[in-house]
Design a binder for this molecule. Structure first.
Ligand SMILES: [Zn+2]
Length: 91
């Protein structure tokens, strides 16, 4: 995929859109939050990594997937009502 790489999974393409590095599916314009355009999966962190997370009853693991190819684009941990962590990348 051509474009300027901004993370392990995302590029900014020639149309200045944020896109999946694997398939080129676009996730909105560069400089704007992209996670709203991804497919979100939220799971409780409870027990996700074994014993270290058994006290994390209220903590969610959020995974953001590419709607085009299903690649995992990013993850974050959050409480249920937390807004998405937003990275604004200016290139
Ligand atoms: Zn993709």
């Amino acid at each position: 995929m051509s474009g300027k790489r901004i993370s392990a999974t995302l590029v900014v393409n020639e149309d200045r859109a944020i896109a999946c590095a694997a398939c080129g599916h676009t996730l909105g314009p560069a400089g704007a939050p992209w996670k709203d355009h991804a497919r979100l999966d939220e799971q409780p962190m409870q027990g996700a990594g074994g014993n270290p997370y058994t006290n994390a009853e209220r903590v969610l693991l959020r995974r953001f997937f590419c709607p085009g190819c299903g690649a995992l684009l990013d993850t974050e941990s959050a409480l249920a009502d937390d807004p998405f962590l937003t990275d604004i990348v200016r290139v």
